[in-house]
Design a binder for this molecule. Sequence first.
Ligand code: ATP
Ligand code: LTN
Length: 343
Amino acid sequence: MEEKIITPENAQPEKKKKILSCIQPSGIPTLGNYLGALKNWKLLSDEFDSAFAVADLHAITVRQDPKKLRQQITEVFALLLAIGLDPEKSIIFIQSQVPAHAQLAWILNCYTQFGEMARMTQFKDKSQSHADNVNVGLFSYPVLMAADILLYQADLVPVGADQKQHLEIARDIASRFNGIYGKTFTIPDPYIGKQGARVMSLHDPTKKMSKSDPNPKSFISVFDEPNTIMKKIRSAVTDSEGGVYYGEGKEGINNLMGIYSCCTGLTMEQIEKDFAGKGYGDFKNAVGEAVVEELRPVRERYNMLMKDQAYLMDMAAKGAETASRIADRTLHKAMKKCGFIVK
Ligand code: ATP
Ligand code: LTN
């Protein structure tokens, strides 16, 4: 057989892998969201075909004030642009503006077992913290998340470590559907960044930093002003032992070291060396300054973007239109396989 010579002219460009991720507008995003998720999104968006969304449908699994929710959706959408995602390169949209998400979620609900959802740790945690409102949406939250991912045939899903279990369920649901009807969905892999995978609460470093934590001292918001950041880091819970090194029983210091490492690129060993013989006061100041510098450009771009709401809504509408085109293709494919009559 004649040997085929690959030249730049006939080379088949390797198909770019697809990534998708979402963030809930359930409060002002934290440093945990930024280091665990958003910062990676920006890096990955240069390399992959990417889609990123504000998961507002997920946010109503806990009760939201409508006025506040509307504001937070806009803020988080602006944040996606402020971290440097480029709407020319990535699809950036608001989940509820793409109806296919809710439609596919319903279908996938019927291919998900009650027992699978009942063992989700996030469901167990949130049904305790919102005991007065353990609604069915909270229960089937991971199914909507699976729909988000599968609609875009994502190969990779960049998330923080807390979402790994949900990713596994998305894979199970996709494999089950493919097993019954033939290949319909790409099976997604989680992409969990190393350092920021789990930023812990400053108040209780055994719990993850969460934007819906009622104690504002427990988290740093990406929009906090420098002096607020410094104050919050200085009052972070540590231990009485006094040395800056990574170790058991030193969750507070481990957490601050993780944050510092993410912001500066230094390894844990380098940090231990740099702060050998120094106290927590010095270390906390250094961590605070590193966080301030890390968030400064994001906050500045965000403040600019929020001045032009019409631009933001126009960008969201454009993103939703592009997202719908892709999502509808997958939705219709899945619907036909199930036996629905697609218009
Ligand atoms: P909530 O606290 O309202 O449940 P959340 O703060 O967990 O929300 P999400 O919007 O659900 O945030 O998640 C957005 C992304 O941020 C996800 O990829 C999630 O894994 C990541 N993330 C959230 N909190 C942390 C954290 N403390 N450390 C690292 N990553 C995090
Ligand atoms: N549950 C997610 C947010 C989310 C998401 C998604 C993440 C909703 N849909 C799809 C990745 C892919 C969380 O991070 N808490």
